[in-house]
Design a protein around this ligand. Structure first.
Ligand code: GLN
Length: 452
């Protein structure tokens, strides 16, 4: 049914870069066979999933949305990929994304933008916009994403679905093509909080192949999603988020969600996190710095595209030609920004300062979580914006992640759940629920209580 749906609508939505129809059907039959043979299978066995094309897959191409990896077949599966398979999930195909996960609209993909199923002239968010659109457009019941600065929560919010950024290190980065290694976090998309929790549980947990993986049990996310009560919980409204610059309809739905939490027995207080306002600026030094270092590996020798290798040019010339042809404008912008911020003489002023801000953001979270169990805010300042509106204005594009970035800098857990539709445009609004490191279950507990 999902393959039929993809055939019917994906020409318009462009959520998928690759559809693995044959292998998906073969795997579905295999799950049927095992079940008929009396095998006890997990709760997601046989359920289709759309997989962000930044996780390596041995049996499918992996492009990271970039021309530089066109036609590349990875030699191994990412840990997340392997765990999806082990749980019996059926990978329908690979989903579109901003090139190397850099963007907030999926317009930075080298393979054309994905469209928002709610309104085909709007963006589906990004960078995991193919994954959010696939679930919102009923092309898949579940999908995977990665969240470096908001790339799961922001697309979830603007397509009216659930998206979770687990605690950093709670889900493995092994085989996830790196953008900013100290921030990148795999997480689930679904149409309900419980479904997201089931997928979260299926692919998370300690991985010895990722040196930053946390060696602790996965928080009890499924139990929390089932519990879905907030009586007696302390909820903090982030004072700095949700005022000026935020769309009226977003603020209205957010206020209703807060009122709902109160009526369900939560104790709501306002909490000040003053450094959250500086998080965006720090992020746009830290993330490009790490990107400039990580993307040095695309040297025309090891992977994918190679341009100008006709026997007359040096390796360095071939590398320069390949990178010039293979990377898109946003990726180049970030490599240049990052290289500049890391260069001697500027390192302390830019990268060093940003790292200090990062510590202060983590301290603001720590202080807040002494007073409250979770923090809430709108997920994004606006609903889905029109395709094309922000492509020539990087600053406007970056602002889409204003509310999501603090959780990445601190490595804490955060979810976006649907909070209704904005009055002005009838488009989805997301409620963000943030919890401490390894407090992922709180996001699910509160999210399940208020999801719409
Ligand atoms: N939009 C942010 C950026 O462009 C976040 C991206 C992400 O989380 N991968 O960097």
């Amino acid at each position: 049914a999902h393959l039929d749906r993809i055939a019917e609508v994906d020409g318009k939505i462009n959520a998928f870069l690759h559809v693995a129809a044959k292998s998906a059907l073969a795997q579905a039959r295999e799950v049927d066979r095992r079940r008929a043979a009396g095998e006890r299978l997990g709760p997601l066995a046989g359920v289709p999933v759309a997989h962000k094309d930044i996780f390596t897959t041995v049996d499918m191409p992996t492009t990271a949305g970039s021309k530089i990896l066109e036609g590349w077949r990875p030699p191994y599966d990412a840990t997340v990929t392997r765990r999806l398979r082990e749980a019996g999930l059926i990978i329908l195909g690979k989903t579109n994304l901003d090139e190397f996960a850099m963007g907030s609209s999926t317009e930075n993909s080298a393979y054309g933008p994905t469209r928002n199923p709610w309104n085909l002239d709007r963006v589906p968010g990004g960078s995991s916009g193919g994954s959010s659109a696939a679930v919102a457009g009923y092309e898949a019941p579940l999908s995977t994403g990665t969240d470096t600065g908001g790339s799961i929560r922001q697309p979830a919010a603007v397509t009216g679905i659930v998206g979770m950024k687990p605690t950093y290190g709670g889900s493995s980065r092994y085989g996830l093509i790196a953008f900013a290694s100290s921030l990148d976090t795999p997480g689930p998309f679904a149409r309900s909080v419980l479904d997201a929790a089931l997928l979260h549980e299926a692919f998370s947990g300690h991985d010895p192949l990722d040196s930053t993986s946390i060696d602790a049990p996965v928080p009890p996310v499924v139990e929390a999603a089932r519990r879905a009560d907030v009586a007696g919980m302390r909820v903090g409204v982030v004072k700095e988020f949700g005022g000026e610059g935020t769309q009226r309809g977003v603020l209205n739905r957010f206020q209703e969600a807060v009122d709902l939490l109160e009526s369900l027995g939560a104790k709501v207080v306002e909490v000040s996190c003053p450094t959250f306002e500086t998080a965006l600026a720090a992020y746009y030094l830290i993330a490009p710095s790490e990107c400039s270092s990580n993307l040095a590996r695309f040297d025309a020798m090891r992977y994918g595209l190679r341009v100008g290798d006709d026997g007359t040019r040096s390796a360095e010339e071939v590398m320069a030609l390949t990178r010039a042809a293979g990377f898109g404008p946003e990726v180049k912008r970030r490599i240049m920004l990052g290289t500049y911020a890391l260069s001697s003489g500027y390192y302390d002023a830019y990268y060093g300062q940003a790292q200090k801000v990062r510590t202060l953001v983590a301290r603001d979270f720590e202080a807040a979580f002494q007073q409250v169990d979770v923090l809430v805010s709108p997920t994004t300042p606006t609903t889905a914006f029109p395709i094309g509106e922000r492509v020539d204005d990087p600053m406007a594009m970056y602002l889409a992640d204003l509310f999501t970035i603090p959780a990445n800098l601190a490595g804490t857990a955060a979810i976006s759940v649907p909070a209704g539709l904005a009055d002005e445009d009838g488009l989805p609004v997301g409620l963000q629920i943030m919890a401490p490191v390894l407090g992922d279950d709180r996001c699910y507990r509160v999210g399940a209580a208020v999801e719409q």
